[in-house]
Design a protein around this ligand. Structure first.
Ligand SMILES: Cc1ncc(COP(=O)(O)O)c(C=O)c1O
Length: 371
């Protein structure tokens, strides 16, 4: 099986070593080990034995994860090396060539690319407005039929920060039930809603063929630990994923699971801090776009860590981002890298040094772009 290029990650890889400020990363401010542990606890870590762990993931971690759901038990949870591995494992085990898949678009690349590479027929659920990315659930329902094997979506949405209502989520679930389809809900940015926006229920709590995936990379700023998980009441999915992993990683990294346990124990505190940072940076970006209104149009995100801004310079977004990288050592992702319009820019709102990044972008916008 061969995969198409993963343009977004290619963009990140090409920029490695060329920036010292990022305005586009999708994680919250990364934590250090000393943010998680007291100094006195480091001695206990030194004694931690580095043998194999357990196939499904450490029991204590799975129990903590299960608390994020209302109907999920620790045996309904599998710990993976990041959400990426959970996505890959599900798609490889539950899809066959020729299967019909309905997938939101734009969407985090692997959520549709693995299905396509497997030879599935992927139908895209496009937004009603390509710039703000508002999604009409009635349009998704029309795309589904009794042959639909899988429906895939991601709310809060990467990269636009858009949401659907709980009643719309329930309509999708009714459609999946009617078609007897699996539902794959990427909830990587769940629990990071803006202050006035309600958290959606996890799909795995609403339907027994729904799979919810999330982790600690984005919400808790711990992407380097590579810990994510899949939660579902569907025994067929759990059994197939467990079996498949014997051919890939077998189990997730044990010390990182121990760090993840600590992070989840302190999850409320870390999330509250990160939500505050996101809300502040949204307002900073709104004010910045207003100050540069001849160049930028801001669209409010409802949740998550990102939003898209339209830029009206004579450059494409790809050209603008390349020049910003070279001139100011600031990293920004153009819409094109996510299959979107190249008049869009992706802003990541979770970092503490967002203001410094905006300052440099402001200098760049004032200085370099020809009218
Ligand atoms: C929507 C979405 N799903 C999954 C992933 C993969 O996450 P992880 O780093 O936990 O593998 C990402 C990473 O950017 C993402 O944005």
């Amino acid at each position: 099986m061969r995969f198409p290029p993963f343009q977004l990650v290619d963009w990140f890889a090409a920029a490695e070593g060329r920036f010292d400020l990022s305005l586009s990363h999708s994680d919250c401010e990364p934590l250090s080990l000393s943010d998680l542990f007291q100094e006195s606890e480091f001695a206990n870590l030194a004694d931690f034995r580095l043998g194999y762990g357990t196939f499904a993931g450490l029991e204590q971690l799975r129990s903590l994860v299960a608390r994020q759901y209302t109907t999920i038990d620790k045996n309904d949870v599998l710990i993976f090396s990041g959400v990426s591995e959970a996505i890959y494992t599900f798609m490889r085990t539950m899809l066959n060539p020729g299967d019909e898949v309905v997938a939101q678009s734009p969407l985090f690349h692997t959520l549709h690319a693995i299905a396509r590479s497997l030879g599935c027929k992927v139908t895209e659920w496009r937004p009603t407005d390509e710039t703000t990315c508002s999604f009409d659930v009635s349009a998704l329902i029309e795309l589904c039929n009794p042959r639909t094997r899988l429906i895939v979506f991601n709310f809060p949405h990467n990269p636009t920060g858009q949401m659907i209502s709980e009643s719309d989520l329930r309509r999708i679930i009714e459609t999946a039930r009617r078609c007897n389809a699996f539902l794959f809900s990427d909830e990587q940015f769940r629990l990071l809603e803006m202050p006035s926006v309600a958290t959606l229920p996890a799909a795995c709590d609403l339907y027994d063929k729904a799979v919810s995936v999330t982790g600690i990379s984005k919400t808790l700023g711990l992407g380097g630990l590579r810990i994510g998980w899949l939660a579902t009441r569907c025994e067929e999915v759990i059994a197939a994923a467990k079996e498949y992993r014997f051919y890939t990683t077998e189990m997730a990294n044990t010390p990182c699971q121990v760090f993840a346990i600590r992070a989840l124990e302190r999850g409320d505190e870390i999330l509250a801090r990160n939500r505050r940072c996101l809300a502040e940076n949204v307002e900073r970006l709104r004010a910045f776009a207003e100050q540069h209104r001849e160049r930028l149009v801001f669209h409010s995100p409802k949740a998550g860590t990102m939003t898209m801004v339209e830029q009206k310079s004579p450059l494409t977004s790809t050209e603008l981002c390349e020049r910003l990288l070279d001139d100011k050592r600031v990293f920004l992702v153009p819409g094109n890298a996510m299959g979107m319009s190249d008049r869009l820019l992706r802003f990541g709102l979770g970092r503490d040094d967002f203001v410094q990044g905006l300052d440099r972008l402001g200098d760049f916008l004032q200085g370099r772009i020809p009218d």
